[in-house]
Design a protein around this ligand. Structure first.
Ligand code: HEC
Ligand code: HEC
Length: 155
């Protein structure tokens, strides 16, 4: 019985490669990302220094970027403008949120703390997402556990 299940899931995997899956991106999954339909969105976000921070969804979540990122992305090796403001030394002077200590710990080298940002944290937008007004393709019903509990149990 187990064998049949395994074989049929293998077959499903093999055949999946030939099926035209387009989904929300409206382009075959085997295509590169070059010719994707551009998503229209409003970039009318304030420049850094004029916005309130977003509430975190849960304690250890990477905070969302509340300000415009415009020309700062894509971040490239040797070109990271985020550091100009968020490196602790600069951030302290400017009185803005600074990168926490764990952003300077190299997990690939005995968890050593270093002066420069750890390689695994260099590309900030892997974790910190800028926000935009878009027409959602799929509604997002994510909620904090506390909020959900209140909705379900009323306390
Ligand atoms: C010109 C300075 C400046 C630059 C450059 C900048 N920021 Fe910011 N950032 C701020 C300020 C100021 C705030 C506080 C909110 C505000 O007033 O905009 C902030 C807030 C944030 C926050 C929210 C922190 C929290 O605790 O909620 C994140 C995350 C962030 N920025 C990430 C980035 C990333 C990633 C980049 C690069 C793409 C970047 N910032 C570039 C000034 C800057
Ligand atoms: C691997 C994911 C990841 C990457 C990459 C990353 N961060 Fe973070 N960042 C987090 C998480 C998770 C938190 C919240 C936890 C914490 O405060 O330690 C955070 C917190 C922050 C905060 C808020 C600190 C506060 O006190 O409110 C700032 C500012 C920030 N990061 C800036 C940056 C910048 C700038 C970069 C790029 C140089 C970056 N981060 C790269 C995950 C990441």
């Amino acid at each position: 019985m187990k064998k049949i299940v395994i074989l049929s899931s293998l077959a499903a995997l093999v055949f999946a490669g030939t099926v035209e899956v387009t989904g929300i991106r409206q382009s075959n999954l085997n295509n590169g990302s070059e010719n994707l339909k551009k998503i229209e969105y409003s970039q009318a976000l304030p420049i850094p220094g004029q916005v309130k921070l977003y509430k975190k969804s849960y304690k250890t979540a990477p905070p969302m970027i509340p300000h415009k990122v415009g020309h700062m992305v894509p971040i490239k090796v040797g070109k990271n403008e985020c550091l100009m403001c968020h490196m602790p030394l600069h951030a302290k002077k400017l009185g803005i949120p600074q990168m926490p200590e764990d952003h300077f710990v190299d997990n690939f080298d005995k968890d050593k703390k270093q002066d420069r940002v750890a390689g695994s944290r260099y590309f900030c937008t892997t974790c910190h997402a800028p926000q935009a007004n878009v027409k959602l393709a799929v509604q997002n019903h994510f909620d904090r556990v506390r909020v959900l509990r209140k909705k379900i149990y009323g306390k």
